[in-house]
Design a protein around this ligand. Structure first.
Ligand SMILES: NC(=O)C1=CN([C@@H]2O[C@H](COP(=O)(O)OP(=O)(O)OC[C@H]3O[C@@H](n4cnc5c(N)ncnc54)[C@H](OP(=O)(O)O)[C@@H]3O)[C@@H](O)[C@H]2O)C=CC1
Ligand SMILES: CC(=O)N[C@@H](CCC(=O)OP(=O)(O)O)C(=O)O
Length: 352
């Protein structure tokens, strides 16, 4: 009998679900025991994504057909649309309370029920689980994640901004009311379901901002920044849609506090992440590109001086499907199941 841990992926026919399959196929300590889909239930992964055709994988089934108590799953990844997730996770944990869950949606990321209701437009349906969930950004919450049952994997834009900014806020090294995050994402960030505004002809050869002044990731940024600073922080944040498949790059403008220079801010980040396997701080003045992290679980951060006295420019990049979603989720799984943190996710970016 295999002593590998048995893993389920809900929403395996979507982009983050498929990225989980890609990563777990190379993971030596787990086997995939369940894959679910909605419209594509009944198909094989190789029918939906031909790159998986050579691999032995379970057939895609509906969530309703799963008997959670009998499934014998050690851990379930939930890669479903927002709001669908809450009732599914509630049902799963009521029938199989020892199963660990890593949820990739936003359903359990916000600790304040009022903030959830405000930003997502409806009351939360599983408030007890919302309170139980641990925010799954490993570099900041490693100790809590190891003890958790339900982990709320962070958003992709938010990871790309929280990783560079939280150490600076914790060190009280930047002014909290002058943070500007100018973020750009590739199109897989929007998921695989067909949407008119995501057609090639609507996005290629162009570039635009969206969610201007009201994107829901602001709630997550406010939560994590305020916690780090010990006071309310509301940054400016504007997402843009890039006509590329994978990658987020954020250009972040900050002002050093009490005479802190850009070099001081760089030193804080370099020290904070010196031992982290998935965050790389570049030498001062150098900035990363999305292609340096494509397909890897790495976040790259660069810091440079602004010509405006007292200000610094921080550039941060990650792959939205990997460190921004499924790679981060596997990093969480490794902690939850007691594996070394880097197993299965230590490959470098694809080249070129
Ligand atoms: N894409 C990204 O970069 C990131 C995504 N996320 C979050 O991860 C989650 C998944 O995103 P993503 O993979 O992009 O989404 P996709 O739209 O690509 O995939 C959604 C998956 O959920 C299934 N599904 C849809 N509706 C239902 C339903 N009502 N009941 C059961 N299953 C359903 C789909 O099945 P079928 O294919 O059969 O319709 C598909 O497998 C979302 O909450 C998203 O916000 C988080 C960070 C980054
Ligand atoms: C390019 C694009 O559309 N990106 C998505 C965010 C990515 C994501 O999935 O974040 P959540 O998990 O919080 O939904 C958006 O702006 O809605």
């Amino acid at each position: 009998m295999s002593n590998k841990k048995k893993i389920g992926i809900l929403g395996a026919s979507g982009y983050t679900g498929a990225e989980l399959v890609r990563l777990l196929l190379r993971h030596p300590k787990v086997e995939i025991g369940l894959l679910t889909a909605d419209r594509r239930a009944g198909q094989m992964m190789g029918d939906v994504f031909p790159q998986f055709a050579p691999y032995q994988l379970p057939q895609l089934v509906t969530i309703d057909s799963v008997d959670w108590a009998a499934a014998g799953l050690d851990l379930v990844f939930c890669a479903l649309p927002h709001a669908t997730t809450q009732t599914v996770v509630q049902e799963l944990l009521s029938k199989a309370p020892d199963t660990k869950v890593v949820d990739l949606s936003a359903d359990f990321r916000l600790t304040d029920p009022a903030a959830y209701e405000k930003w997502y437009g409806h009351a939360h349906h599983a408030l007890d689980l919302q309170q139980e969930a641990v925010y799954g950004l490993v570099e900041l919450y490693r100790r809590d994640i190891k003890k958790a049952r339900l982990v709320a994997n962070p958003g992709c834009y938010t990871s790309c901004a929280i990783l560079p900014l939280v150490p600076l806020l914790k060190a009280k090294a930047i002014e909290t009311d002058e943070i500007v995050i100018d973020a750009k994402s590739g199109m897989t960030g929007a998921g695989r379901s067909a949407k008119e505004e995501m057609l090639f002809s609507e996005v290629s050869e162009g570039f635009h901002a969206y969610g201007v002044g009201h994107h829901r990731h602001m709630a997550e940024l406010d939560q994590e920044f305020s916690k780090a600073a010990g006071k309310e922080v509301t940054p400016s944040f504007t997402p843009h849609l890039l006509p590329i498949n994978r990658g987020i790059l954020s250009t972040i403008y900050v002002r050093g506090r009490r005479g802190r220079t850009a070099q001081d801010l760089h030193a804080i980040l370099a020290e904070f992440y010196a031992k982290e396997p998935f965050v790389h701080v570049l030498p001062f003045g150098k900035t990363p590109q999305t292609r340096h992290v494509r397909g890897s679980n790495m976040t790259m951060i660069g810091v440079a001086a602004d010509r405006v006295p007292g200000r610094a420019i921080v550039v941060s990049t990650l792959d939205n499907l990997t460190k921004g979603a499924s790679g981060q989720a596997v990093q969480n799984m490794n902690l939850l199941l007691g594996f070394a943190e880097t197993v299965g996710i230590d490959q470098p970016a694809v080249f070129p």
